[in-house]
Design a protein around this ligand. Structure first.
Ligand code: RIB
Ligand code: CA
Length: 354
């Protein structure tokens, strides 16, 4: 039995999910655990949407919902590298999980912190020839600390996919900055600079593509009809998020950023983009901005694949089929269910200037 399990494991893509749950992080964790193609080695928590202890607890609540308390979770950095920590509980609710106030899950005492786990697991898998990728869904503080503490392990990361940044789209924390990179710009800058210096490429899943991923009320209703228990859980953790989007953007729906990074990691055909040298501004009025040199003014080799197109319907087909455990061909994702802001004249339906 063990051999079969190991064999199954060896044909999957091994991945560490670094996140700050967080409502959309939680949906991303659910998706990752539902994908046969992925073997989630562990979940590392970083301060971001929620303080790191809260994020740790929220990850365990999601794992309990998925009946996957076999997945290890590790607490990471509690503060950004340099700037003051600013949470996003105004967006994710006072419990960081949409004020669902789910019961705490006991246990999970860990001898390792997140960065030590990353270092050890990336090294061991790399030495076995399996390779280990990282999907970063929060501020990049843990990754920056990994570079500082074990740069060689960072260089061993198979693929690095980061939800963060914005190329041609507006920011969500300032006119130009997206939260994950704005919350710890020094960490993001170090990761992109290191990628440049070591000839690596980061897949930047930024607001240009994630803002087109709108979980509409009709889609949620569809999920509840198809798989009531899962649909009700998603509803419980997203209600606050729907209210937030209506209050601040007059958007009927909620933008779920993080699941797209997981979907794209597993299926690269979902998105397209440009390869460019990219750097992160660490101070001043544009702190956290991703400066994407699409015209190669700086004559520097690309260190990022900046995603600019997304197959929205293809994403929701994958997302729903995996989360609900229903074959894609049995889903009927009509235009009523799937709304692509880029296809509509009024943009996201909110006050944004597209
Ligand atoms: O800007 C959106 C990103 O910031 C998402 O990852 C969300 O969870 C927050 O971390
Ligand atoms: Ca996140």
């Amino acid at each position: 039995m063990e051999n079969v399990r190991e064999q199954r494991q060896s044909t999957k893509k091994h991945v560490i999910i670094d996140c700050d749950p967080g409502i959309d992080d939680s949906l991303a964790i659910m998706l990752a655990l539902s994908m046969e193609e992925l073997w989630v080695e562990g979940i590392t928590i970083v301060c971001g949407n929620s303080p790191v202890e809260m994020g740790f607890g929220n990850a365990k609540k999601v794992l309990k919902q998925m009946d996957r308390l076999d997945i290890p979770v590790f607490q990471g950095e509690a503060q950004p590298l340099k700037r003051e920590y600013v949470n996003a509980l105004d967006t994710h609710g006072e419990d960081g999980l949409g004020e669902s106030f789910l019961p705490e899950v006991p246990g999970y005492g860990q001898s390792l912190d997140a960065v030590s786990f990353m270092s050890e697991r990336i090294r061991s898998l790399s030495e076995k020839g399996n390779g280990c990728s990282v999907i970063a869904l929060g501020p990049m503080t843990n990754l920056a600390r990994l570079i500082q503490r074990d740069g060689e392990a960072f260089s061993m990361i198979d693929e690095l996919v980061s939800m963060g940044g914005s190329f041609r789209n507006h920011g969500n924390c300032s006119p130009v900055a997206e939260y994950n990179y704005w919350a710890d710009p020094d960490a993001a800058a170090l990761v992109y600079d290191t990628a440049y210096r070591t000839g690596r490429e980061i897949a930047m899943v930024g607001l240009d593509v994630t803002r087109r991923i709108v979980l509409t009320p009709d889609l949620l209703e569809y999920m509840k009809r198809l798989k009531p228990e899962t649909g009700r859980f998603v509803q419980a953790i997203t209600k606050f998020y729907y209210d937030f989007h209506w209050k601040w953007e007059h958007l009927i729906g909620c933008v779920i950023n993080d699941p797209l990074a997981v979907a794209y990691f597993a299926d690269r055909s979902l998105c397209g983009g440009i390869r460019a040298y990219t750097a992160v501004e660490t101070g001043g009025i544009s702190m956290g901005q991703t400066v994407v040199d699409s015209m190669s003014f700086y004559k520097k080799r690309p260190n990022a694949l900046v995603l600019t197109q997304v197959d929205v319907r293809g994403f929701f087909r994958l997302f729903l089929s995996r989360i609900l455990g229903i074959p894609e061909e049995e889903l009927d994702l009509t235009d009523q269910l799937v709304r692509d802001p880029a296809q509509s004249t009024e943009g996201t339906g909110g006050r944004d200037i597209i």
